[in-house]
Design a protein around this ligand. Structure first.
Ligand SMILES: *Cc1c(COP(=O)(O)O)cnc(C)c1O
Length: 363
């Protein structure tokens, strides 16, 4: 097989990265900028790595327009550790928080938070298999909660907050693991945003936390040291060895995004890709979208034929055509195409062509 062969990877995560970035990382893998070391081998205390880390943070701040009064932390433990760190660090005044359960990840976050305080479900869409974003009135939020929690893009179900979740004067916390950097976000409307890197940014191992500075440093004294945002903030994410390689790749992805027009440009492309695919689904006699239209995600697109065996046949025939990872999440089945930033528009065109062919052969 051709050494440079690249499949069309529709994985929900870990997922596709920009080819230009992978090539640059490959070119530097033995000798990073004349040091004679790989970034994988480099001391995290070296001046070279410090520069990589500082530039990555600076470029992320530029891309997302992150205000000065927010920390950017580079942590480990995935999105999952944030399900614990958020209540440990933020549920410290009233000990109460309200959670919107709009999918499996929101449910996991809610269940974890129950261990740490007085946690309530503010709204849920579990009644209809999380196929929509559940609404709430800001008056329904308990007055003294420390925060309100939402999952901004539901990776498994293909739903997204297309309307901003208005929580009034309350603090809003959002899991943006599968939509960070895909669209413009006003960071100042959030107390905390977090994202595991492996969906839209970098290889697994890095979790990015963007948190307002005044919220940090309130965890109790018994908090395990790694779980305290204050410790990481004070040490510029270098309290212990950070996920160096993943931070380096993330930094390269940030530079690549800046050089290709920033978030606005990638959002336009994302929208074009998603609309094409949704148009194909909506005009099909075979395929049907599973998310409510007004809540559709442009990152994760979920659909079914209505026949689980036919879904499986579709996924396996697509694989033969070089289109990988189109199976829906193992918990719900069906078909899911993840169209993250790095996924070229041509892959969507190829998928649409294949869907039309498959439809003509199977209806
Ligand atoms: C993937 C994902 C997670 C879990 O991330 P891990 O890094 O595997 O812990 C959490 N939230 C969302 C929205 C995700 O897509």
């Amino acid at each position: 097989m051709n050494d440079n062969y690249r499949a069309m990877n529709f994985s929900a995560g870990p997922s596709i990265l920009p080819e230009e970035v992978l090539k640059k990382c490959a070119a530097e893998i033995l000798n990073y900028e004349g040091t004679g070391e790989s970034v994988m081998e480099m001391s995290h205390r070296s001046s070279e790595f410090k520069k990589i880390c500082e530039e990555a943070e600076m470029n992320l701040r530029t891309l997302m327009n992150i205000p000065e009064d927010y920390y950017v932390l580079f942590l480990q433990g995935g999105g999952t550790l944030q399900f614990s760190m958020i209540p440990i660090n933020l549920m410290t005044e009233s000990g109460k928080a309200d959670y919107v359960v709009s999918g499996e990840w929101g449910k996991k976050a809610y269940q974890e938070a129950l261990k740490f305080g007085d946690v309530r479900k503010l709204a849920s869409s579990e009644d209809k298999l999380f196929s929509y974003i559940p609404k709430f009135n800001k008056e329904d939020i308990r007055e003294d909660v420390d925060y309100v929690y939402v999952c901004y893009n539901n990776t498994i179900y293909g739903t997204h907050y297309n309307e901003f979740p208005d929580v009034g004067d309350h603090l809003l916390v959002a899991d943006m693991s599968s939509c960070i950097l895909s669209e413009e976000i006003d960071v100042s409307k959030f107390g905390l945003i977090f994202a595991g890197a492996q969906k839209n940014i970098a290889p697994a191992g890095l979790t990015i936390v963007i948190v307002r500075k005044d919220l940090v440093g309130k965890a109790s004294e018994k908090t395990p040291v790694y779980l305290d945002y204050g410790v990481h903030a004070k040490k510029d994410s270098m309290y212990n060895t950070p996920p160096c390689w993943s931070i380096y790749v993330a930094g390269e992805v940030f530079k690549h995004l800046i050089n290709t027009g920033g978030i606005n440009a990638v959002y336009e492309k994302n929208l074009r890709k998603a609309n094409k695919l949704y148009d194909c689904i909506d005009s099909s006699k075979l395929f049907r979208g599973t998310a409510r239209k007004e809540d559709r995600s442009i990152m994760n697109i979920t659909f079914v034929t209505g026949d689980p065996d036919l879904d499986k046949k579709f996924v396996s025939e697509a694989k033969e055509k070089g289109m990988l990872n189109l199976a829906g999440h193992r918990s719900i089945g069906g078909i899911r195409a993840s169209l993250y930033n790095a996924l070229p528009e041509e892959y969507v065109d190829a998928l649409i062509n294949f869907m039309k062919k498959f439809e003509s052969e199977n209806v």
